[in-house]
Design a protein around this ligand. Structure first.
Ligand SMILES: Cc1cc2nc3c(=O)[nH]c(=O)nc-3n(C[C@H](O)[C@H](O)[C@H](O)COP(=O)(O)OP(=O)(O)OC[C@H]3O[C@@H](n4cnc5c(N)ncnc54)[C@H](O)[C@@H]3O)c2cc1C
Length: 422
């Protein structure tokens, strides 16, 4: 019988950790998530069912520690040359079970990319924040707070807008930053965050890259308020909400790197966001394949399994072809991230643009394919017991975040066609 492992992985360049880690996560998914996920939608607010699964994955199995250096209790992934490929495998495996859990898990590392990745490790901040994640069996969450009420896409559109629309301000007062602002939607907000990475400006309206500041704020700092989680179409395991920063004071050295460098390395955060998004799409589609495989084998039409009819087989081929290519493209991007010696810096405009291209292509293919799968499944396509409608709701969310499709298109056109004004 064919399985999701028959879709191609680039075996010649995977780390020896890829399979053992992948199998640990698969076993976790099959024990803690897949049997329960049907009830996760109703658990969006309280996370009574969801929390034990996070605890097992992140705290007890220790996967929330992977990016930190080994001597601080981490697994040293940030210093390896397989952070991209290993992350891709982990995110794909989690997303196969639940892409809301995958994004919540992935975003734990998202702001930490700023300080844990070679060649720009900020050792002082790693030492400061490693204990939050590395010295407990409880799940701990980080969040990357970019989006604001006036718009999220503009803040990510750094090449053109250059941070000029950011309204969250950071003012230096002696040895402390004083932060004021309002953020929306960060994954792992809605009350669960332990550590925020906050996108700020030191000079509102400025297009000077030196005025972009990325500052870490522990969630229990006075003046930080997290609102309740929003109720959204899917991804119940990811809590999103408002965060208000009112005269929040943090030490001066909580700024990730300083003028110019914060903006530069923040583009690497975007690169990892796109890698994660492709892996979430790929993982969800792996499970759509598994459920569809079962359906077209067990359902019959005119005495034959559904899959043995020409018209159905054509649709199945289209879906399988796209899943195969999404995995190949995702791993290729992961490999580009792991080999800056060949493909250029992870924070380069080229890497960001290519990540946007792969992300929006994967989302478009998946949205079309999951719709086709539901058509084949007819009323079972909408039946929650078959899980495909869950992936349909979740995949749509991946398509919408990180600036949506339009920002992806703008950045891809800008890089490949050298647009000057978009
Ligand atoms: C589940 C989930 C998780 C999220 N996680 C995070 C997170 O971790 N951190 C965070 O900060 N935010 C997060 N977000 C927010 C998300 O990234 C934003 O919603 C997204 O960037 C779009 O921003 P916006 O909603 O403010 O829309 P806007 O930026 O206001 O955009 C509105 C519309 O204009 C389009 N548009 C924007 N720019 C252009 C352009 N140049 N040309 C043409 N059209 C354009 C957009 O595509 C969109 O259709 C999350 C959202 C969701 C749903």
């Amino acid at each position: 019988m064919r399985t999701i492992d028959d879709f191609t992985r680039p075996l010649e360049y995977l780390s020896p950790l890829d399979d053992p880690l992948g199998m640990i996560v698969r076993e976790w998914a099959e024990t803690y998530v897949i049997p329960n996920r049907r009830r996760f939608d109703e658990d969006w607010k309280d996370h009574r069912l969801i929390e034990p699964a996070f605890k097992r994955l992140m705290g007890e199995l220790g996967l929330q520690r992977v990016l930190f250096p080994e001597d601080l209790g981490g697994w040293g992934l940030g210093r390896s040359n397989y952070a991209g490929t290993s992350s891709y495998r982990l995110f794909e495996e989690v997303a196969r079970a639940d892409s809301g859990m995958a994004v919540a898990f992935g975003v734990v590392f998202w702001p930490l990319v700023m300080i844990c990745m070679e060649p720009h490790v900020n050792r002082e901040l790693c030492e400061e924040f490693a204990p939050i994640f590395c010295s407990t069996p409880e799940p701990r969450f980080a969040a990357n707070a970019m989006t604001e009420p006036q718009g999220g896409a503009d803040i990510e559109n750094m090449e053109i807008v250059k941070g000029s629309t950011i309204q969250t301000t950071a003012v230096l007062d002696g040895d402390e930053w004083v932060i004021n602002g309002h953020k929306l939607w960060p994954t792992n907000s809605g009350g669960v965050c332990n550590l925020f990475g906050v996108v700020c400006t030191t000079n509102p309206g400025s297009e000077d890259p030196n005025d972009f500041a990325f500052i870490f704020v522990p969630a229990d700092t006075p003046g930080v308020t997290q609102g309740p989680p929003y109720e959204k179409a899917g991804m119940a395991a990811d809590k999103n909400g408002d965060i208000w920063f009112e005269n929040v004071r943090v030490p001066k050295h909580y700024r990730a790197h300083g003028p110019g460098l914060d903006l530069m390395y923040f583009k690497e955060v975007i690169t990892f966001g796109n890698l994660g998004s492709i892996a979430f799409v790929g993982g969800s589609m792996m499970n759509v394949y598994e459920r569809l495989y079962q359906f077209v084998n067990q359902e019959t039409y005119r005495g034959k399994p559904l899959k043995e009819h020409d018209a159905v087989a054509g649709v199945l081929a289209d879906i399988a072809k796209d899943i195969e290519i999404i995995r190949i493209v995702g791993y290729q991007y992961a490999r580009m991230i792991d080999r800056p010696d060949l493909y250029g810096p992870r924070w380069g405009e080229e890497m960001v643009a290519k990540g946007r291209a792969y992300k929006y292509w994967a989302c478009d293919r998946a949205m079309e394919d999951v719709g086709k799968a539901m058509n084949l499944m007819s009323l079972y396509g909408a039946d929650r017991d078959w899980d495909v409608e869950k992936h349909w709701r979740d995949l749509k969310i991946v398509q919408l975040w990180m600036g949506g499709k339009q920002l992806c298109q703008a950045e891809v056109a800008r890089w490949f066609f050298e647009c000057q004004t978009l």
